[in-house]
Design a protein around this ligand. Structure first.
Ligand code: NAD
Length: 268
């Protein structure tokens, strides 16, 4: 893809799932990557190994020395350190991928408020703290940077039992659109991907249960869950110069989940 080679990229929550696949994709594109992880250095090391593997066949691969930085994106002091360490190690920043996210369920009238706060803090406040710090760097250094938020089909599809998750992703949609408008004249683009059901650790409860998985996949118009790699390539596209005229959009990568699958068969 055009315009990614040599770019400096920070990916939050990149020690597993979609974040790891995004790190590998950017490595293949020849970008320099900072891998943020929350708790497991071993998992972050696995991401690094996967990136080096992806880089093997590429001459002058940018990501031969990926940087690993521990930080909790919901904590402002951690985010400050994450960006300071990333910018100093990579020599700048061109692209932020807000990928870190958590999901907890519970009836809306019963769920502990601490769980609601946690989801909002990580998924929305954390993404904003990172976007804010990236924008400061872009503005101060006149960088025509890019921010990609990893949102969800649940920024538009309601999901009973997952209120805070849907609130955080709905908020992410308006954050994407508002920041895109606010910074468009500076040449800064802000977009999102909206994954559907994807095979990653966040979905361990149904991925490893054949009956549950069949039920979910049957509901998806294309009849299967997505892969982290399918999310990663669209993320890289949105960050690349091939998407130079796209801003403020969420690109759903969902096998048709946002097409109201319940209407597939005539209802009358
Ligand atoms: P995952 O659990 O593998 O990845 C989430 C990552 O976020 C983990 O690496 C985790 O360590 C990190 N993280 C959690 N709290 C953090 C914090 N406070 N600070 C920094 N990092 C933190 O699952 P995934 O599916 O790869 O999720 C990645 C993103 O994709 C999430 O934002 C999720 O909401 C979104 N998403 C996933 C699906 C899906 O079906 N898998 C669908 C739609 C959207």
């Amino acid at each position: 893809m055009r315009g990614l080679k040599g770019k400096n990229v920070l990916i939050t929550g990149a020690s597993s799932g979609i974040g790891r696949a995004i790190a590998e994709q950017f490595a293949k594109e020849g970008a320099n990557v900072s891998v943020n992880y929350h708790s497991s250095l071993d998992d972050a090391e696995e991401t690094k190994q996967a990136m080096l593997e992806s880089c093997k066949a590429i001459e002058n691969c940018g990501s031969r020395k990926p940087v690993l930085v521990q930080a909790d994106v919901s904590k402002e002091e951690d985010v400050t350190r994450l960006f300071d360490e990333t910018i100093s190690a990579l020599g700048g920043l061109d692209i932020l991928i807000n990928n870190a996210g958590i999901q907890m369920e519970g009836p809306s009238h019963e769920i502990e408020i601490s769980k609601v706060d946690k989801m909002m803090d990580v998924n929305l406040r954390g993404a904003y703290l990172c976007a804010r710090r990236a924008l400061q760097h872009f503005v101060e250094n006149d960088v025509k940077g890019v921010i990609i938020n990893n949102s969800s089909v649940h920024e538009v599809i309601p999901r009973p039992g997952y209120l805070a998750y849907t609130m955080s992703k709905g908020g992410m949609m308006n954050m994407t659109r508002t920041l895109a408008l606010e910074y468009a004249r500076r040449g800064i683009r802000v977009n999102a991907i909206g994954p559907g059901a994807t095979v990653t650790p966040i979905n361990d409860d149904w991925i490893n249960d054949p009956e549950e998985r069949e039920k979910i996949e049957e509901f998806i118009p294309m009849g299967r869950a997505g892969t982290p790699e399918e999310m990663a390539i669209v993320t890289a596209f949105l960050a690349s110069d091939d998407a130079a005229y796209i801003t403020g959009q969420t690109l759903f990568v969902d096998g048709g989940l946002t097409l109201y699958p319940g209407f597939r068969e005539p209802i009358t």
